[in-house]
Design a protein around this ligand. Structure first.
Ligand code: FES
Length: 116
């Protein structure tokens, strides 16, 4: 007997301020039978689409803050926020900081360069 595949629907904000005047959302389907952190989810999306910019070198303990993103309208730590198979999430850059590219922000610049 085979187990049914389980997926997480991911909608990710895409924006390159150096080349675009406005951002957009791109959808992905990530197969997973287990809950994943937002950072693990972004890493899987990045594996499938190398054009997605996301941070990968972090503490994964909710301490360094380099994983800060906005998920379903709330600013969160991406390393400690879990998504279950069957759920859908919208991932955007953290609302307080300027976008460098996609969901990667500049922690030294306030938000203000982002348009949808
Ligand atoms: S990876 Fe350090 S706080 Fe999330």
């Amino acid at each position: 007997m085979s187990e049914k595949a389980a997926y997480i629907k991911v909608k990710v904000f895409r924006f390159d301020p150096s080349a675009e005047t406005a951002g957009r959302f791109q959808e992905y389907l990530v197969e997973s039978k287990e809950p994943l952190s937002i950072m693990a989810l972004l890493a899987k999306v990045h594996e499938a689409d190398l054009t997605l910019a996301c941070r990968t070198s972090m503490c994964f303990k909710g301490q360094c803050g380099s994983c800060l993103v906005r998920v379903n309208g709330q600013d969160v730590f991406g390393c400690t926020t879990l998504v279950k198979p069957g759920e859908a999430v919208v991932i955007e850059p953290h609302s307080k900081f300027a976008v460098i590219r996609d969901v990667v922000v500049d922690f030294f610049q306030p938000a203000g360069n982002r348009k949808e």
